[in-house]
Design a protein around this ligand. Structure first.
Ligand code: LMR
Length: 332
């Protein structure tokens, strides 16, 4: 009897050990589950479980359910959350301002140009800048190009004048709005719908997948397909946590991240196209495609941002971007 009790005890403590050997990765983000980032984080969670044979469980918290803008980064540094994928426009407050190079208006002519940065040495060097902050950058995930919306039509540059626009926490974006006479206001993503609904701001800029999944089409009458700037993500982890993982598990997670990145970048455009269709079908927001002349006028009006904000991101970083993209603000 005594022996079997002992055995049972041993078995139970082995089971408890087995259970506690599972590593939990909390992955927090601010957008809906039904977006490029939401779907890619779920894909990563699934592949992480498969490749580690259940040793790692990734818990995904969408829609700012765990942390909002302004809370995410410090929570990652403190280790209360292990993984995030903030937009590249949100690294300034952390002190890594170079990421705001992605925010410059009309910097990229399309995703092919952009991928030369995010999948090349310039992108890798930017991620390395996070390490002294206790953060490791694992990958870049696409969302897409942003379009402006408001309750009044946005066709000519004059239409932006005096309007309040919600932006992400980026000084380059602040200057972008000022360049067309608008008034920028930094607001956490989780509060944008309400800010638009109550008139705290008049308009905003988003890739359409964010616009639609946050139901902004319910509170914005006009959407102009300006595609004037890029919004994408850096997938980041708490460095101490990551470095502390057993090497084989870390390797399996790196593989899961590689696959999730291919997936994310494959679905991003499709998700944005579907969202645009859905906005059109809703009949609530008038979707306007600007003429070439209107888009060029916006590009010209925003060109001085490149000169004014060069020191913000560092001239070297900006030059590296220009070398890849061929963009030349002086030529506008
Ligand atoms: C925003 O705040 O508009 C975006 O960064 C949200 C996101 O994560 O796509």
């Amino acid at each position: 009897m005594k022996v079997s009790k002992l055995l049972l005890g041993l078995l139970l403590s082995c089971a408890a050990l087995g259970a506690s050997a599972q590593t939990i990765i909390k992955f927090s983000h601010v957008v809906a589950a039904d977006t490029p980032k939401g779907k890619a984080s779920e894909f990563f969670a699934k592949r992480a479980a498969e490749l580690t044979h259940g040793k790692v469980k990734v818990e995904v918290y969408p829609n700012s359910a765990l942390y909002k803008d302004g809370e995410e980064m410090s929570s990652l540094q403190m280790g209360s959350v292990q993984m995030l994928a903030p937009s590249l426009a949100k690294f300034g407050p952390l002190g890594v301002k170079e990421f705001e190079a992605f925010d410059f208006p009309f910097m990229f002519d399309g995703t092919a140009e952009l991928h030369k940065i995010t999948q090349g040495p310039v992108g890798a060097a930017l991620l390395a800048k996070l390490e002294p902050k206790g953060i490791k950058g694992l990958a870049y995930w696409d969302n897409g190009f942003k379009s402006f919306s408001a309750n009044t039509p946005l066709k000519s540059v004059a239409d932006y004048k005096g309007k309040k626009f919600r932006i992400q926490s980026s000084k380059v974006l602040e200057e972008e709005i000022r360049s067309v006479g608008g008034i920028p206001q930094v607001i956490a993503f989780s509060e944008v719908y309400q800010a638009l609904q109550t008139g705290v701001v008049d308009g905003t800029e988003n890739p359409i997948s964010n616009f639609y999944t946050q139901k902004m089409h319910e509170v914005q009458k006009h959407l102009t397909l300006t595609n004037h700037g890029y919004l994408g993500y850096a997938v980041i982890v708490n460095k101490k946590f990551w470095d502390g993982l057993p090497a084989d598990v870390r390797g399996q997670l790196e593989q899961a991240m590689k696959e999730a990145t291919v997936f994310a970048n494959k679905i991003a455009q499709e998700e944005n196209d579907k969202a645009l269709d859905a906005v059109r079908k809703s009949g609530k927001t008038e979707v306007y495609t600007p003429t070439n002349a209107e888009r060029m006028a916006l590009k010209k009006a925003m060109a001085p941002v490149h000169i004014k904000m060069a020191d913000r991101v560092g001239k070297d970083t900006l030059q590296q971007f220009y070398q890849v993209t061929g963009f030349d603000p002086a030529k506008l």
